[in-house]
Ligand binder design. Structure first.
Ligand code: HEM
Length: 509
């Protein structure tokens, strides 16, 4: 078997591996669907980059989730039959009816948090909403008492670790485990209506110990929290960053479920799978791997942008077929909490957008420097949109909001497009250029012309736009003008402390 050359991701890509993992993985994938890498956190592994290979690996019985030589662990680090036994112990809570039963509580929590947000000043939605709702839902799910919520909140905040924050996270995890242990030892009270109370009350499957249940509950808090925070943050970020999303929601041609599904594909909250170990020889997308116990990891971020699986994978397209995305993993260890996570994200994002459709983004995007967890440091917005006297009212519906561009910006874009047309021998005439004309079709799907329009617009307005992500199927004069206006608005609120020279243009929007 041919040895793959070793690629140190940080050495090869620098901090771009954090700011633009998709670009880095796309390059690696084009070289080989399976690479031998050193991850930024120091682990050396076979990294599976293509969709077909990742799915195969995640459901293969030639890999084990249990580290060679280690003892019993939680379900994500166990193989069958132990894995199934632990999973089935709590599966009912995450069933469709279990999630339905949680929905009123989720709505209530979201309502309360939204009511606390200031509407006419800048507010960071990460600490005030995206982080708060999942922790309160988890507390309710488990039956953690209200007086213990601040502790749970502190621990979960520590879990939002970067690659270099592992020690802090380990400390928080130990404190959380200790806290859950005290509940199981009946030294600390719990609400009997939650999952923990239920596990304490009902007869145990044979073979399941207290330690197993304590590890399971700890896993639920750790595994569920950060990914849900990221999904909520990323979905709001996509809404703020791609004007065609707001347009489609306003026009009713797409809904919040489409937004969440495409966010999970386009910007998966967790970019890498957990560790797997090769126990038997396995061929993945033409690469033969030895069953020698080596580490193998799937890149969800890469697989979800694999052009063999999704057409135009770098475009954020509402309503595309997202089925098969790996945002929740695949195979026996596929996320157990997917339904709960979607219910939370749907409620938070849907309510936020429904109430504040005009909210505006007030800062540049700063991705957290993690190779596993994908989301922004902060999401500073102005809920009333920031326009003087805009006074967004509660219950305001998107449908009532037509998209208004400034006439100056619109006219400039039209003139740039017409410039291109005059230079080409195309048969299209100026008279055809309506506000909603699809520019790609209009310019004959000539990518050089599109690039010219974008770069000229950037130059004239002195802003930075993302190219690949901008070229959506609905890139019209109207949409392009909105991008320019959003970039201009951000520029005027930019603070000097925001500085990330390595972020590529596509990711800064
Ligand atoms: C958007 C939010 C979430 C995302 C993107 C997500 C993603 C994932 C992924 C990718 C895996 C598989 C990891 C692998 O195979 O290596 C996983 C497993 C798991 N997730 Fe989630 N998760 C989310 C929310 C939750 C929530 C809310 C819970 C529960 C409260 C949860 C509980 C679990 C558990 C228990 C596993 C292990 C399943 C097993 O080993 O059989 N997750 N999650």
């Amino acid at each position: 078997m041919e040895e793959l050359a070793l690629i140190d991701l940080l050495e090869r890509f620098g901090s771009t591996i954090y700011s633009d993992p998709h670009g880095c993985y796309s390059l690696l994938r084009s070289e080989s669907p399976v690479q031998n890498v050193v991850l930024p956190d120091g682990r050396r592994c076979h990294l599976v980059l293509d969709h077909a290979g990742a799915r195969l690996m995640l459901s293969s019985n030639s890999v084990s989730n249990q580290r060679p030589g280690s003892g019993d662990s939680h379900m994500l680090e166990s193989d069958d039959p132990r894995h199934s036994m632990l999973r089935q112990t709590i599966a009912g809570t995450f069933s469709k009816s279990g999630i339905r039963a949680m929905t009123p509580a989720i709505s209530h929590i979201v309502d309360q948090q939204l009511a606390l947000l200031p509407e006419d000043e800048d507010v960071d939605l990460v600490p005030t909403l995206a982080r708060v709702v999942p922790v309160l839902v988890t507390a309710r799910l488990l039956g953690i008492l209200p007086e213990d919520e601040p502790r749970l909140s502190r621990w979960t905040t520590e879990f939002l670790a970067t690659d270099d924050g592992a020690r802090r996270m380990a400390g928080a995890r130990a404190e959380l485990t200790d806290f859950i242990s005290q509940i199981f030892e009946k030294r600390h009270p719990v609400d009997g209506n939650g999952l923990i109370g239920d596990l304490l009350a009902r007869p145990r499957r044979s073979g399941v110990t207290d330690d197993d249940l304590i590890a399971t509950i700890t896993l639920l808090v750790v595994a569920g929290h950060e990914a849900t925070v990221n999904l909520i943050t990323n979905a709001i970020w996509c809404y703020l960053s791609f004007p065609h999303v707001a347009q489609a929601l306003a026009a009713g041609t797409a809904d919040v479920d489409d937004l969440i599904a495409e966010t999970l594909r386009f910007q998966p909250p967790l970019t890498l799978s957990s560790s797997r170990y090769l126990t038997r020889d396995l061929e993945l997308s033409g690469t033969a791997l030895k069953g020698d116990g080596q580490l193998v990891i799937a890149s969800f971020a890469s697989a979800n942008r694999d052009e063999a699986k999704y057409e135009n994978p770098d475009l954020f397209l509402l309503g595309r077929r997202t089925a098969g995305h790996l945002g929740f993993g695949s195979g026996a260890h596929r996320c157990l909490g997917d339904g709960l996570a979607i219910a939370e994200a749907r409620c938070v994002v849907g309510e936020l957008i429904g109430r504040f459709p005009d909210m505006s983004h007030r800062e540049e995007t700063r991705w957290r420097p993690s190779c596993i967890s994908r989301s922004q440091h902060s999401l500073v917005v102005r809920l009333d949109g920031g326009a003087p006297g805009s006074g967004t009212a509660r219950g305001h519906q998107r449908e009532s909001r037509p998209m208004q561009n400034s006439p100056e910006v619109t006219e400039q874009i039209r003139s740039i497009v017409l410039e291109v047309l005059h230079d080409s021998d195309g048969t299209t005439t100026e008279a055809d250029l309506e506000l909603d004309t699809d520019l790609r079709g209009y310019l004959g799907f000539d990518s050089l012309s599109i690039m010219y329009v974008l770069s000229t617009a950037e130059e004239r307005f002195g802003v930075t736009l993302g190219d690949a992500e901008l070229m959506t199927s609905t890139m019209s004069v109207r949409v392009l003008a909105s991008y320019i206006e959003a970039a201009l608005a951000r520029q005027s609120t930019r603070t000097p402390t925001v500085n990330h020279p390595n972020a590529p243009v596509g990711e800064m929007l």
